[in-house]
Design a protein around this ligand. Structure first.
Ligand code: ADP
Length: 299
């Protein structure tokens, strides 16, 4: 069982030829409402690849919360510990996309920021069944740190996708089995500008010296750089026609966690994650772009 502790959001997306300037109103074209949030995206990606997955998170007792829950259940996830906060709104991301495909995003975390250590205590029977615990930084940092400390005491492996980037306390690193930053996040955590395999190696080295057991830096179209106990090197991404890279990192982390639960070695696991993320970037949308196992490119 893979247990993912993280955010569930509703994405409200509007396409507009040009972004409005402050005070301006513009007409947009299509409006789309979709389920998102890094925790939910990673959980759905993992479930579509065939893993048994439970999400621990919090939504509101509102329409978006109902929708998010229904969606997660439809994807086959265990939602017994997706709590509903009585007052807080379900997290939303207000996204605008212009004609050039650039976006602006404002996130109102709402109920995600009400996921507290006490909620993890409630979920302890579930957490105990986890082969791996996967967590991101869209829930309160104290909750993340509480999970990591619990996992250390129980000997559970934690995968931290440090997104969005936040400074982390020094003593958390040695309790992480795996850290999966993208270029920006790797730079934010280490101060090393990351652009390619060499700079990713340098940043990953810093993180491993802080005590992280394994580091995988995602490098967009270049693939992923692994700095692990048994393998160090670049695993290249397949060449694909990218149409929308939203949630590529979420699909990557979800897929990598699935591969780890199947005991693949690091190089194979990263290859599997690159294959899954490559399919996702050929499709529009975030969570909906995550591939099922039978859709992975051959090789
Ligand atoms: P994030 O989505 O967090 O910014 P990245 O951009 O590094 O993360 O993408 C995560 C992973 O998705 C990459 O390691 C790679 O495997 C895959 N990916 C992203 N962009 C592309 C692309 N243009 N072509 C192929 N694979 C891609």
């Amino acid at each position: 069982l893979l247990v993912i502790v993280g955010s569930a959001n509703t994405d409200l997306v509007v396409h507009t030829p040009q972004f409005p300037v402050p005070g301006e109103t513009r007409l947009g074209s299509a409006f789309q409402l979709s389920c998102g949030g890094k925790g939910a995206n990673q959980a759905v990606a993992a479930a579509r690849l065939g893993a048994r997955v439970a999400l621990v998170g919090k939504v509101g007792r509102d329409d978006f919360g109902q929708r998010a829950l229904a969606n997660l259940q439809q994807e086959g996830l265990d939602t017994t510990h997706v709590y509903q906060h009585p007052e807080a709104a379900t997290g939303v991301a207000i996204i605008t996309v212009n004609a050039q495909g650039q976006n602006t995003i404002v996130v109102a975390p709402g109920a995600n920021h009400e996921l507290l250590p006490a909620d993890l205590d409630q979920a302890v029977t579930l957490l105990e069944q986890a082969a791996y615990l996967v967590v991101q930084l869209e829930i309160p940092l104290p909750t993340v740190l509480y999970l990591v400390a619990w996992a250390r005491r129980r000997g559970k492996r934690v995968v931290l996708n440090p997104a969005p980037a936040l400074p982390l306390p020094d003593d958390v690193y040695h309790d992480l089995f795996l850290l999966t930053p993208n270029e920006t996040e790797a730079e934010a955590l280490t101060g090393v500008p990351v652009r390619d395999a060499d700079s990713a190696r340098a940043a990953a080295q810093v993180l491993r010296e802080r005590g992280v057991r394994n580091v995988v830096v995602t490098l967009g179209a270049q693939g992923a750089f692994l700095h692990t106990a048994t393998y160090t090197g670049l695993v290249p991404a397949p060449h694909v026609e990218a149409v929308d890279t939203t949630a590529a990192g979420d699909v990557f982390t979800g897929a990598l966690a699935v591969a780890l639960t199947q005991n693949l070695d690091w190089e194979r696991a990263a290859h599997f994650a690159c294959q899954a993320a490559a399919v996702a970037v050929t499709r529009l949308g975030a969570q909906v772009s995550a591939p099922y196992r039978h859709e992975l490119l051959a090789s």
